[in-house]
Design a protein around this ligand. Structure first.
Ligand SMILES: [Zn+2]
Length: 311
């Protein structure tokens, strides 16, 4: 006897974008429900070819995608958006309202990335094309998106960036949290903060942890990289390390003669910590993925802003 089931299922697949030729660096999530397809975070322009191949391997092309759901607009997550729309003009690109103007005109986004990576921008991120305004779907958090028969709740989760949202598939009990829960390469237990400039904020980040945990997802999906199976433990570990690293940054700044000396002190201290948990090659993989030097710059900027506001 056949029984009709009303369970609304989403197929979720990890697409490895092989960023800079490295497996397990940037994961795009492919969501499928009743013939409708969406991607959470496309990755940068430099990984477009890898993304095409990953889709192809599943019998799909860019033209089959209905929606691109961006967690935030940093180039490693959203850089390929404009190129994907050029290839598939019906693609809807969902993005938080604070990030949307920079998707329509990425010139400022690219200029600030160029300051952080003066020599490697092209190699790391490739081309960043604008997304035509008619393709943008502006989010604030609180929306429910529909893909086939499945539903996704949009939740505003700032902290890593002021334009960060997370997507919750309650039926599958998966939260697509972008960089809100740091970097944890699937298969490892070590969780590493990624706190790049310009607008990380540890106080505001707390609300995002609460928002994630109170929805009780069974799994997190991280851009760097893949599924994490115990969200409560994951978030608590991450939160603790985030605050610890902020204290390390603060101490480094106070004791060093200048910024580059402070960065060197911070890098040495955090690397020594990571080495307690990971073998050398995996440590370098984490450091590359999270951008450890940028994490210092982001924390330093945040600490100065906070000190200026308090004085
Ligand atoms: Zn990222």
């Amino acid at each position: 006897m056949l029984r009709y089931t009303a369970a609304l299922m989403t197929a979720i697949r990890t697409l490895d974008n092989l960023w800079m030729g490295r497996p397990r660096s940037i994961a795009a999530a492919l969501l499928e429900s009743e013939g409708h397809h969406a991607i959470v975070d496309s990755g940068p322009g430099s990984t477009l070819e890898a993304l095409r191949k990953q889709l192809q391997a599943r019998g799909l092309s860019v033209g089959d995608l209905d929606a691109l759901l961006l967690t935030h607009i940093h180039l490693d997550h959203a850089g390929a958006s404009g190129a994907l729309v050029r290839e598939n003009p019906r693609l809807a690109v969902y993005v938080h309202k604070n990030g949307a103007p920079h998707m329509a005109d990425p010139s400022k986004l690219v200029a600030s990335a160029l300051r952080l990576w003066p020599n490697e921008l092209q190699q790391l991120f490739g081309e960043t094309l604008p997304v035509p305004p008619e393709n943008l779907r502006i989010l604030e958090g609180g929306e429910t998106l529909t893909l086939g028969s499945s539903k996704l709740e949009v939740v505003y989760t700032p902290g890593h960036a002021s334009h960060h949202v997370s997507y919750f598939d309650h039926e599958e009990s998966v939260a697509f949290v972008g960089d809100t829960a740091g970097v944890r390469i699937e298969g490892h237990s070590y969780v590493m903060p990624a706190t790049p400039p310009p607008d990380i904020d540890l106080e505001i980040w707390e609300n995002s942890f609460t928002a994630i945990l109170e929805r009780k997802p069974a799994r997190l999906f991280l851009t760097h990289f893949g599924f994490s199976g115990n969200p409560v433990e994951h978030v608590l570990l991450f939160r603790e390390r985030l605050h610890k690293w902020a204290a390390v940054a603060e101490k480094s700044i106070r004791s060093a003669s200048d910024d580059s000396a402070a960065m060197a002190t911070f890098m040495a201290a955090t690397r020594a910590e990571i080495a307690e948990y990971l073998p050398a090659d995996e440590m370098e993989h984490y450091v590359f993925n999270a951008g450890l030097n940028l994490s210092f710059l982001g924390l330093a900027r945040y600490l100065r802003k906070r000190a200026a506001a308090a004085s």
